[in-house]
Design a protein around this ligand. Structure first.
Ligand code: DI6
Ligand code: FE
Length: 403
């Protein structure tokens, strides 16, 4: 491939001290899969032998978006449950009555491998169309070794067949499957025996759990984390989404990459996350769709220096969105993040929530993952909502994705 020059672009580098790390008339030199040089076009090193040149016509370039929290692989949908919630049933009541996550477990188990893959592929393509180049996908709708493995294999296959990076997270501790009714501790024992099997097949990049009243207790979550630690796998947690369980403190003790949701996070949780360097992944889609009113403690997270990421949480029950840009907007309108915080939150900080340091900024040495937008100023990424996708090209590891 050699050396390619991408020139005449507004570069949103997210590096340095200028707002957005903006470089007015910038250029990127890409050597195969990596950024070799980034800066104002006027400062381009002389005497380069360039193999290809692309004039971006003054368009904006940002790092490729990183969606660091999704449940993209599943069968069926939950539109009927949405109707029930509008008639007054709560998310928790539906879950306790055997609906909710369990109903998606039933449709996921019933789907063929090809059906699961095809549905997930279509969803991934929608996210990718808005600039996503790295995507995390959780299991957690299989809840049996065979079915969790199938979900994670589907995630791996998406990573092989599509032009993006996929990180696979095992969320077997998402809900209690019907065959373990009344035996949550036995289920956790089983999950702990599955982890080494899934890891041996190369299916797991991180381990997650749902620590809440309708999920698992802190002591059950701790056992999952112990099993992950024994395998050298990093952990993350669905923490403090519906109630304060002290999950963030627990996750911090295990050096969690991230704690996600966090509407009910308390001050000790904030402090523990700050000490552990855990990323706070905020999920405005779930907040909105569940009509939650309790806000995550954004001010306190900021004050404590906890890095904040934003993700879609795409899933059929609490966040059936496929628009990362809408999440940037909602993170501003609902959570009062600044537009720049939201973009950092869906690039460099989201990458960190996945343990990835090689992407998320336009800086020499980083992967050449970037998106080209038909916009004048990066504020517009969070300003617009609902339709009119301004993403014009996506480059993954130096190669332009075919649309
Ligand atoms: N919290 C969520 O918002 C998703 N999982 C979780 O633990 C929702 C999963 C679902 O409702 O299907
Ligand atoms: Fe989630």
């Amino acid at each position: 491939m050699g050396l390619t020059l991408w020139r005449n672009a507004g570069l949103v580098t997210l590096d340095g001290s200028a707002p957005w790390g903006l470089i007015g008339r910038g250029a990127l030199l890409v050597d195969d899969a990596a950024l070799q040089w980034v800066g104002p076009e006027a400062d381009l090193p002389r005497g380069l032998s360039i193999d290809g040149e692309v004039d971006l016509g003054g368009r904006l370039v940002t790092p490729g978006l990183v969606d660091c929290h999704t449940h993209l692989v599943y069968g069926g949908d939950r539109a009927r449950e949405f109707e029930l919630r509008l008639q007054g049933a709560t998310y928790e009541e539906i879950a306790r009555a055997g609906g909710g996550i369990r109903s998606t477990v039933a449709s996921t188990r019933a789907a063929s491998g090809e059906e699961l893959f095809e549905a997930a592929r279509r969803r991934a393509l929608a996210l990718m169309a808005e600039g996503v180049t790295t995507l995390e996908i959780k299991s957690g709708y299989g809840l049996a070794l065979e079915h969790e493995a199938r979900m994670l294999r589907t995630a791996r296959r998406l990573g092989r067949e599509l032009s993006l990076t996929v990180r696979a997270t095992c969320l077997a501790a998402h809900a209690l499957p019907p065959e373990f009714d009344g035996r949550a501790d036995d289920y956790i024992d089983a999950v702990c025996t599955w982890l080494p099997v899934l890891q041996a097949e190369g299916l797991v990049d991180a381990v997650d759990a749902f620590c809440d009243r309708i999920g698992f207790t802190p002591s059950q979550t701790r056992r999952v984390f112990e099993a992950a630690r024994a395998l050298g796998l990093p952990v993350k947690l669905h923490a403090e989404q519906l109630s304060d369980q002290g999950g963030a403190q627990l996750a911090a003790q295990y050096g969690a990459l991230s704690c996600d949701h966090l509407e009910y996070l308390n001050d000790d949780g904030v402090a523990a996350m700050a000490r552990a360097g855990a990323v706070a992944v905020l999920l405005p889609g779930a907040f909105y769709f569940l009509r939650e009113t309790r806000l995550p403690p954004v001010e306190r997270l900021r004050a404590a220096g906890v890095p904040i990421a934003v993700a879609t949480d795409h899933n059929p029950g609490s966040s059936p969105t496929l628009s990362p840009l809408l999440m940037l907007n909602m993170a501003c309108t609902l959570f009062r993040l600044t537009p720049e915080e939201t973009l950092r939150g869906m690039t460099v900080t989201a990458a960190r929530a996945l343990g990835l340091v090689d992407r998320g900024r336009l800086v020499a040495g980083q992967r050449a993952d970037f998106a080209v937008w038909d916009l004048e100023h990066p504020c517009e990424l969070a300003y617009r909502f609902g339709g009119g996708n301004p993403c014009r090209r996506v480059i993954v590891a130096g190669t332009q994705r075919k649309s």
